[in-house]
Design a protein around this ligand. Structure first.
Ligand SMILES: Nc1ncnc2c1ncn2[C@@H]1O[C@H](COP(=O)(O)OP(=O)(O)O)[C@@H](O)[C@H]1O
Ligand SMILES: [Mg+2]
Length: 237
């Protein structure tokens, strides 16, 4: 059974979450009791130096990893202790992911990459509705004219726009972007974060993105800072 978050529905709630890794004989504490609440409509940057735990935090938030201790709630549902078979449906329905390396399918066009994300959803819309939604989101992310290109026929910034369209087409509750701009030049990186922020404001999509780039932090509505697996300033609920 999925347990309810009884503190009011937040899009994401981490309660005293820790994640240890076993490296040889040593246990490395990547996160050490982090509590974080993210409400609908927030635009949050997770910042901190390399190795501070940003990727670990986003992987736990996206239920692609499980905490060593603590609890994770997604849209009010506890998800750290449910079977993978339930989790994959929950992830497909509620979360959009944007990755540093874009992770587009090389043999598919931009439009097909975005549509594929819709086909994976537990209740995939019919073909006509899918095409309409794909065309709308590609237009909005500035990829309309490039819809029939494959990833190797696009620049890094264009590929990341396709990845953002793919993350958003299913109308997720939460978009998680881990170092999504790390492979882009400074100007393109700022444009991509700017696009995410516009989508946040226009469509109310909740974003949590990580970056080690201090220039991009200023574009966030809220900054959560990690140092050595701990939230700076203590709890951020
Ligand atoms: N799979 C892993 N195995 C062992 N240690 C890991 C693993 N993933 C991350 N770590 C360690 O956990 C800490 C946090 O890593 P990470 O979350 O990737 O930080 P960041 O994304 O901020 O660079 C680091 O000390 C890192 O070496
Ligand atoms: Mg990282």
């Amino acid at each position: 059974m999925l347990e309810q978050d009884n503190q009011g529905v937040s899009v994401l709630l981490l309660e005293e979450v820790s994640r240890d890794y076993q490296v040889g004989r040593e246990r490395v504490g990547a996160l050490k009791g982090v509590s974080l609440r993210v409400n609908a409509g927030e635009f949050v940057a997770v910042v901190g130096p390399s190795g501070s735990g940003k990727t670990t935090l986003l992987n736990l938030a996206g239920c692609i990893d499980r905490p060593s201790s603590g609890r994770v709630f997604l849209d009010g549902l506890r998800c750290d202790d449910v079977p993978e078979s339930v989790l994959s449906g929950l992830r497909a329905e509620k979360i959009g992911f944007v990755f540093q390396t874009f992770n587009l399918i090389p043999v598919l066009t931009a439009a097909e990459n975005v549509e594929y994300a819709l086909q994976l959803r537990p209740q995939a819309p019919p073909a006509g509705e899918r095409r309409k939604r794909v065309a709308e989101i590609l237009e909005r992310t500035g990829i309309g004219p490039l819809a029939r290109r494959r990833p190797d026929e696009m620049s890094g910034g264009e590929r990341q726009r396709v990845a953002i369209a793919r993350a958003l087409v299913g109308r997720p509750r939460l978009v998680l972007a881990d170092e999504a701009t790390a492979n882009l030049d400074g100007q393109t990186a700022a444009q991509i974060v700017g696009l995410m922020r516009e989508l946040n404001e226009e469509q109310g999509v909740t974003f949590v993105f990580s970056t080690h780039d201090s220039r991009l932090q200023g574009m966030a509505k809220r900054i959560v800072e990690l140092r050595d697996g701990l939230l700076r300033g203590g709890r951020s609920c």
